[in-house]
Structures are given as C-alpha cells and as structure tokens.
Design a protein around this ligand. Structure first.
Ligand SMILES: Nc1ncnc2c1ncn2[C@@H]1O[C@H](COP(=O)(O)OP(=O)(O)O)[C@@H](O)[C@H]1O
Ligand SMILES: [Mg+2]
Length: 394
C-alpha cells in the first residue's frame, strides 16, 4: 500500500515533486503486479489454428509435417492440442522454408536489393494512436517472420514500456538518446536490445531523450546537422532488420523531424474528430515547412508512401463517419483503406501494455476480440502490401 500523506501545498516546486514521487510509487506498484513475478514481460502461447494462420498454411499441413517429423513437436501439448511459443513459430519458418518450393514463403525477410523499410508514425496530436499503431504493426510483422526494430522517439517512453522495459522501474540501460547525442555518441548496436517478443528489437527511450531538443538547438550545424542523426544511427544496424518503425512524440520538434529525415515512408494516424483533423492540417503545414528547410540544408527526402490512417474508427458514430468520408473524398488513396477500429479490446490490452496479439481470445468477449483483431490485421496487411510494393515484390 502507498501511504496517503497530505500533499505539500506551500510551493509549486514542492507540490510537483511530491505529486511526482507519489505517482512514481503508485506506477511502480501497478507495474510490478502487471509484470509479476520477476518484473519481466512474457508472451503467451499460440494455438495450432493461430500458428497455421501465421505460417500461412492449413491445419492439415501442420499435422502432416509433424507426423512426418519434418517439424519438431512444440514443447506444449495439452490433451492432444499443440501450443506454440512465438519462438517455435519463428523456428518453424526456417525449417519449412528449407523444403519450400517458393523461396521466401515462410521467411519473408528482405533480399539483396530490397532496401530497409523505415516507417515513421507521426502527428503532434497526442492520443491519435501513434504508439498503439506502432506496437500493433511491430507485433504483426514480427509474428510473420520479419525482423523488426522499433525506435521510441517519445521521451515519455510508452512504446518502450509496451516492449517490456519499464522506464519507470529502474531502467538505466542505453537509449536512443545515447546514439544520437552530439557529445560522444555510442554505437547504435549497443543501444538496440532484443525484446521478449521474438523478431522484435527496440531502441528504447527515457525522459533523458528530451535533451536532444535543447542540444540540437545549440549543437546542430552544417558539420553535424540534427536531421542526419537518427538516419545515421539506424544505418549502423541496417543489416539486422527488414522494417524499422519509428514512434514519435506528440510534437513537431527536432526528434520528429530527424525521424522524418530517416524515414522511407510516413503514416499520419488520425482520429476522425473535427479537432483532430484541423490540428493535423496544422501539423502537416508545419511538417511541410520543415521538410523544405531540411531539404534546402541538403537532406534528400523521398517517401515511398505517405498515408493517413484513420484510428479509433467508430462505424456507428455518424459525425466521425462523415469526417472519414470527407478525408477520403479529399485525399482518395492517401487515406489507407483499412482503419483501426475503436475497441475496448484494444484499450483494455494497452492498459496491460499489450497488443491485441498478446491477448488470449478466451479472456475477452469473443466478438469484441475478433473485430479488434481483424481490424488490426487489415491495417498490418495493407502496410505489408505497401512495403512489398516498395521492395518491388508482386
Ligand atoms: N483502436 C483503439 N481503440 C480503443 N482505444 C485506443 C485505440 N487506439 C488507441 N487507443 C487508446 O488511446 C490512448 C492513446 O493512444 P496512443 O497510442 O498512446 O496515442 P499517441 O501515441 O498518439 O499519443 C491509449 O490509451 C490507447 O489505449
Ligand atoms: Mg505515444
């Protein structure tokens, strides 16, 4: 239990410090119970039908490769039903690929000539679902055998905690800040850490990252311009990944802009409300102005895709549907076809720092889970199509 002490009211500084201390304590307690017992996050098992779907094969095919002995049995078998860890699914890809007639069917990683995909999710409107979309895309691709790196550019670190690292609980490892700072930066290879989720690594964030904003104002110059720093950091680990997803802070500062300069595609998540649409218009006006400035300074920006994604979509809410139609009429295919549905399944999952892919279906109302999952799958599948386009795959 957290002791309830009267809040210090004398001075604002004391008040803020007091509130912060109590919140930190409460968060730590909450997280310790979510990450119990050893403060590490783990991933659930996947049923045989889920595994077959992720591998893109039938249940019958799975039974066949098991009975032939091509594919080793998963460790977990409950009453004749197989359950797989994500690592076993990852390993199964490599086994099945060896006897596959279609190269890349099971291991879809990029081949020579297919450039690293760097996708930034950005909008200065907080709550537009940047972090939620980033983690869902990350899990979608990792579960399908792609090597994914997420870069958390938000000093608040919500993506970092979704990846099982709690900036609130004694995390003192290296962060993306260490790789992009002006004074004595470290190698990005020392920053990037694997997560509990096979296929997914992270360049974590912490509050310290906000120093990049102030330092850039002072140190960025022609010799070491701020906008090359994230690009250069990513280049150091380029060979280890197929897809990099950059989550941005809810503001258009040096961090977001340097992410933009590193990106090969952009997604602007947008909730269909009038306030969000008008703030997104301002965001893009500013973003455009900054893009011009950094292009004049010698950066070349060249995006394969630059899309809006409607998030927290409510099909039964008429005003929001009207705004969605308005955006589609105005921008046509610049608005992705798939939308991320507003769902309690998503908000409940994110409360536990999970994506819908980490939730066990039977622990939720099935129809709610199914709708949320298929909506997230549709978003992932459309992004997959776009990145395959960028790779020139058919
Ligand atoms: N599709 C969704 N359905 C329901 N709640 C959502 C959905 N997407 C995001 N949220 C909720 O909205 C809040 C803000 O989302 P978040 O991804 O953190 O936004 P941002 O990173 O843009 O600030 C979170 O509490 C999250 O649980
Ligand atoms: Mg966020």
């Amino acid at each position: 239990m957290i002791p309830v002490t009267p809040i210090a009211t004398e001075r604002p500084s004391a008040l803020a410090a007091d509130i912060s201390e109590r919140l930190t304590l409460a968060i730590r307690e909450h997280l310790l119970s979510a990450f119990a017992p050893d403060n590490t996050k783990t991933l659930r098992l996947f049923s045989a039908p889920e595994t077959a779907e992720l591998l893109g094969v039938s249940g019958q095919f799975m039974r066949k490769v098991h009975s032939e002995g091509t594919l080793p049995e998963p460790a977990e078998n409950r009453g004749g039903r197989r359950y797989y860890t994500a690592q076993e699914i990852w390993d199964a890809r490599h086994v099945l690929e060896q006897s596959s007639r279609k190269p890349g069917k099971y291991t879809p990683q990029r081949a020579e000539g297919e450039k690293l995909q760097v996708w930034q999710l950005m909008n200065f409107k907080g709550g537009s679902s940047k972090s939620t979309t980033t983690i869902h895309l990350a899990h979608y691709f990792a579960l399908r055998g792609y090597r994914v790196l997420v870069v958390d550019l938000d000093p608040q670190g919500s993506l970092t905690s979704m990846c099982g690292i709690s900036p609130e609980i004694e995390f003192d490892g290296l962060t993306i800040y260490d790789a992009i700072k002006y004074d004595d930066p470290v190698d990005m290879r020392d920053v990037v850490a694997p997560t509990y989720f096979p296929g997914l690594s992270i360049a974590p964030s912490r509050l310290m990252l906000s120093e990049f904003e102030t330092e850039s104002a002072v140190h960025s110059d022609a010799e070491q311009p701020f906008f090359t720093r994230i690009r250069n950091a990513i280049a150091q680990v380029e060979n280890d990944f197929d897809i990099v997803l950059i989550d941005s802070p809810p503001q258009l500062g040096f961090l977001t802009i340097s992410g933009m300069a590193a990106a090969s595609s952009l997604i602007v998540p947008l909730t269909p409300s009038m306030l969000d649409v008008s703030s997104t218009a301002q965001f893009l006006e500013l973003a455009g102005a900054y893009m011009e400035v950094i292009e004049d300074a010698g950066a070349s920006l060249n995006y394969d895709h630059f899309k809006f994604l409607i998030t927290r979509d409510e099909p039964t809410d008429i005003p929001s549907q009207q705004l969605t139609s308005f955006m589609r009429a105005l921008f046509q295919d610049r608005v992705m076809s798939a939308t991320a549905l507003k769902s309690t399944a998503i908000s409940d999952a994110t409360m536990l720092k999970q994506s819908i892919y980490e939730v066990v279906r039977s622990e939720m109302t099935r129809s709610t889970y199914d709708r949320a999952k298929s909506s997230m799958d549709a978003v992932g599948s459309e992004v997959k199509q776009m990145l395959h386009d960028a790779w020139g795959r058919v």
